[in-house]
Design a protein around this ligand. Structure first.
Ligand SMILES: [Zn+2]
Length: 242
């Protein structure tokens, strides 16, 4: 951990809860954040603020005016810039102690992505379409890597953690459909993205109980949360043969 006394001050409010050992675990972890939209903005901000050692940011898009209602890492001056560049600039200002690698690519199960997943402590799914989400799920299941997943639409969202032995996204969601572009009310991806960051911190530090094997469903209309037990699907094409 760089500059021990600075770090003790910066992270004092969480070290007082989870201890120095957890903070050190976080500092030696690598988190792969796939997608830097509304979910990814919140995930990357909170993980950088909390002191994760290394963030690997994957996105192939540039910032559009219509992104700015919810993608809080990207500002008006960033329109037209690559999202990874816009994100790295803000995150470095927030916490210069975090190492950041930028990957300007859309997620596909290429050898390069396989290496990034393999090298990560935890993978966070901040994607906006099911084809890519399921491909990321399959790769994480294959490599035995914990995956934190969330998705949002309108005033609603859901969250789960996929880990070895637990139900995967193909077990939980049989034939998920995309609505593109999905309508989203501004804070909803922030709420679910912050929850994804918290699940990531729990997986890394062991502090708290991750949502592995459970599906959390958030309803912003009434601001209520329900948590369901998820089940392995026999014959699941991704995890059924494990
Ligand atoms: Zn499965």
């Amino acid at each position: 951990m760089r500059g021990l006394s600075d770090a003790l001050q910066r992270y004092a409010r969480q070290i007082s809860l989870w201890g120095l050992e957890s903070q050190e675990k976080l500092a030696s972890s690598t988190v792969l954040v796939v997608g830097l939209g509304g979910l990814g903005s919140a995930v990357a901000l909170y993980l950088a603020a909390a002191g994760v050692g290394k963030l690997v940011l994957v996105d192939s898009d540039s910032v559009s005016l219509s992104d700015l209602n919810r993608q809080v890492l990207h500002w008006t001056r960033d329109i037209g810039r690559m999202k990874v560049d816009s994100a790295v600039e803000k995150l470095r200002e927030l916490n210069p102690g975090v190492e950041i690698e930028r990957v300007k690519a859309s997620f596909k199960p290429t050898p390069k992505m396989r290496e990034l997943v393999r090298a990560a402590t935890v993978v966070v799914d901040c994607l906006d379409n099911w084809k890519s989400r399921l491909a990321l799920n399959d790769l994480c299941v294959k490599l035995g890597k914990p995956l934190v997943h969330a998705a949002v639409e309108g005033m609603q969202g859901h969250l789960t953690v996929v880990a070895p032995g637990a139900p995967c996204l193909r077990c939980i969601f049989k034939n998920p459909l995309d609505r593109a572009p999905a309508p989203v009310i501004a804070p909803v991806p922030g709420i679910l993205g912050a929850a994804e960051a918290l699940e990531t911190l729990k997986l890394i530090t062991g502090y708290g109980k991750p949502l592995t094997g459970k599906l959390l469903v958030y309803d912003g209309f009434s601001n209520t949360v329900e948590v369901f037990e998820a089940e392995r699907r026999p014959g699941c094409p991704a995890c059924g043969r494990r």
